[in-house]
Design a protein around this ligand. Sequence first.
Ligand code: AMP
Ligand code: MG
Length: 492
Amino acid sequence: MHPHPAKTTPSQGWNFDNTYARLPESLHVRMNPVPVRAPKLVLFNRPLAEALGLDPQEMDGEAGGAVFAGNRLPEGAEPLAQAYAGHQFGHFTMLGDGRAILLGEHVTPAGERFDIQLKGSGQTAFSRLGDGRAALGPMLREYLVSEAMHALGIPTTRSLAVVSTGEAVYREDSLPGAILTRVAASHIRVGTFQYAASRGDGQALRALADYTIKRHYPELAEAGNPYLALLHAVMERQASLVASWLHVGFIHGVMNTDNMSLCGETIDYGPCAFLDTYAPDTVFSSIDQGGRYAYGNQPHMAQWDLARFAETLLPLLHADEKQAIALAEESLLSFADTFRRFWLSGMCGKLGLFTQEDGDLELAQGLLTCLQAIHADYTGTFRDLATAALAEAPVFADADCAQWHERWQARLARQPQSRQDACALMRERNPVVIPRNTFVEEALKAAVENDDYAPLTLLLKAVSQPFEDGPDQAAYRTPPAPIPGYKTFCGT
Ligand code: AMP
Ligand code: MG
């Protein structure tokens, strides 16, 4: 048996109220994080701690390090590993938290409920052949990118802390180990439903569905068919989420059904990356050889995952299976339109348009065709266009692109708002700084190889205010040359 972490009652402001632990026992296994040798707090998210009603003073240092390492349990924690399944690259597997422990749900002074999860916290009942651990580089990466996504206004799990463990993890090389404290609205996944459904556990499935409605979609409890309403609501949130990914050039990289969160947050920052040059077939993940999760394929894959979710709900949708399937299909068919609505609305804002008119979809798509043809930098071009909204300066040398530019200028001229207003809107919607691969790699290398956290701290500061164009952003505003053949890894 693993040694148990010491119980502790530090006055850090924890306020646990653990509802997931009350769900049917088939959905989780109670177990503690495995203590580590020499925890050291290397990143701590003070603003997030404050927003959660925690006491940063009591956490920034050894006491926090011990808790975020799993060496000490905060009062009220009821640690458990969650059971789930998932389609990984299309293949169904039973999974579960193999290297994560849910400490419980912390309720903030404002009454908001958040999962507090340690990722990299040691072996669990679901570890299979894995060591239950995580390497420092990927945990720093998740912290950086998830906080950048939050600052971009995109729903996401967040990162409260990273501790280095003082232990090595063995991958291809020996690497320094680390644990990330992840904060999420919940960790209920499409794969959680698949787990209950695949075991034929109707009772657990219904309990999970009712729980999900109560926790994330309470207004649906009164709907005529709450489970159909749930399917629809989850679909809406995913359509909105994936549209917002495309708006900033984000590629999740591993949209398996176990990585689709029912509350609509971006979850699981393994092989994700942002594209520099615009190309819809961009893939960075080393294991995504078929391009299943390529940038432009993400809406399609979201719909595929939602179809797997719908399958789990069939017994709840209608007593008659044929009718249940018809209801699910009708709902799923609406995904494309829902997605397009969110996508177009975001693109209009990026183009400085306050309302929509006929032809705007073609206008937005036309720009992407241009960007692809001339291998333009995605994020940089939108900022250049924001300036051009004001100054009417040319942005493109290419003739087709220049023609597009004229159409866009004419469209801006047709709206009643001023050029200044259009430019201001564009600068609110188009980030100056995204966590570009070049910047991320440089910052992580310094931290992991030289214990130098200065570059990471600077980058974090810049991406935390991505729409600002001030001194903190200056070093990151010009797109660097993309790294040829850049690959990302799952971070296991
Ligand atoms: P991911 O690719 O991070 O979504 O993980 C997929 C599955 O593999 C999840 O069930 C993880 O818990 C599990 N897993 C990933 N890394 C490890 C590890 N080092 N040890 C045990 N399980 C792991
Ligand atoms: Mg995962």
